[in-house]
Design a protein around this ligand. Structure first.
Ligand code: ZN
Ligand code: ZN
Length: 359
């Protein structure tokens, strides 16, 4: 999609003036990929008003030519250093850099170079562009979510007491790969019984027991784009009263959060739409994280939906809505969808059912 990359770079150029920089040095690899299509593991990009120069090392000569045929290239292992020198030589006086990515050590090296431009923080210009997705990006996230849901549906019939968290996680990941995922979006969380009360539990050799809550947080990676979905089940018998109660509260909160997703809605207001449901049920303290996050080339990206978030959400922004209640030592419930904000209501991408299934 070289034409998409060109459009993205033009949009970035329109932000250089307001950011009071002559050019931007892009070092965050997801941003390099977003602006050029190049996926190598060592790269940087210089964007000036009239030039785009990609730096990478000799391992990627052929790949960079194929993936980013429409930009100038420099082959040099020290990507940021080479581009900073080039910027200085071509008259850039004030060079923006990505302070959330560049290390302190590299910053010192860049500043110490002969005729180096002044370096200026920019506050995530490319990340700001990335929040609103184009059609191609939304289609890739849609596909990543479809693969994820399909894999979960295949997995459910083979979940049984005695299987371990690690086995179930590996099984689900293999199914996503078999269904066409390029990889997993993040390390799959499978949490059973008391472990389900740990929001980001790492799978262990604990065996699933009858009566356990089973929380699975997972997603496929498709052409660089991530899916993110959580479902919670109960294993082997009908849920106990407390399990049903926290499940129903989380489900109601999740519905309220989804309903609050509209172009122009405040990020904090979306969070509180869901959080208020949990609080009024008496579990506010047990919902210990933000409501959700943007999804795209990174699994967690802007915007963050949380009680300290500032700003509003825009149409064409994919986000998760994932309230949870975690009762230490007993168990927890989280329900998470990936959705795209749209004028006509949010599009639900993780379509697998959200009922409290007994497996
Ligand atoms: Zn998740
Ligand atoms: Zn998430």
């Amino acid at each position: 999609m070289p034409e998409n990359h060109h459009v993205r770079r033009q949009r970035l150029r329109s932000l250089l003036g307001p950011a009071e920089v002559d050019a931007l040095l892009v070092t965050r690899l997801a941003n390099v990929r977003y602006l050029t299509g190049f996926t190598g593991s060592n790269a940087a990009l210089l964007v000036t008003p009239d030039r785009t120069v990609l730096a990478t090392d000799g391992r990627y000569t052929t790949q960079s030519e194929a993936q980013a045929p429409d930009v100038e290239r420099v082959i040099d292992r020290a990507c940021a250093e080479a581009l900073t020198t080039l910027a200085g030589e071509t008259g850039v006086r004030r060079l923006g850099f990505e302070e959330h990515d560049l290390s302190v050590a590299t910053h010192a090296t860049l500043r110490g170079r002969d005729r180096a431009p002044d370096l200026a923080v920019t506050g995530g210009l490319v990340e700001r562009l990335r929040t609103v997705k184009d059609d191609g990006e939304i289609e890739l996230i849609r596909r990543a979510c479809a693969i994820s849901c399909h894999a979960l549906e295949q997995l459910l019939p083979v979940i049984a007491p005695g299987r371990t968290e690690r086995e179930v996680a590996r099984d689900l990941e293999n199914r996503m790969l078999d269904l066409g995922a390029d990889g997993v979006a993040f390390q799959t969380i499978v949490a059973t019984g008391p472990n389900s009360a740990i929001p980001h539990h790492r799978p262990t050799d604990r065996e699933i027991a009858v009566g356990d809550l089973l929380k699975i947080d997972f997603g496929a990676l498709h052409h660089g784009y991530h899916a993110d979905c959580t479902r919670t089940f109960v294993v082997g018998r009908e849920p106990e009263t407390w399990q049903r109660e926290i499940f129903d509260v989380v489900r109601e909160a999740q519905r309220a959060g989804r309903r609050a997703l509209a172009p122009g809605a405040g990020l904090r207001q979306i969070d509180s739409a869901a959080r208020d449901v949990v609080k009024s049920a008496g579990y506010g303290e047990q919902f210990s994280h933000g409501l959700g996050h943007g999804v795209g080339l990174e699994i967690h990206e802007a915007p963050a939906l949380g009680c300290s978030a500032a700003g509003t959400i825009s149409a064409r922004t994919p986000v998760t809505v994932e309230p949870g209640i975690y009762l230490a030592g007993r168990g927890g419930v989280r329900i998470e969808d990936t959705l795209v904000v749209d004028e006509s209501g949010p599009e639900l991408l993780t379509t697998t059912p959200k009922d409290l299934l007994v497996l």
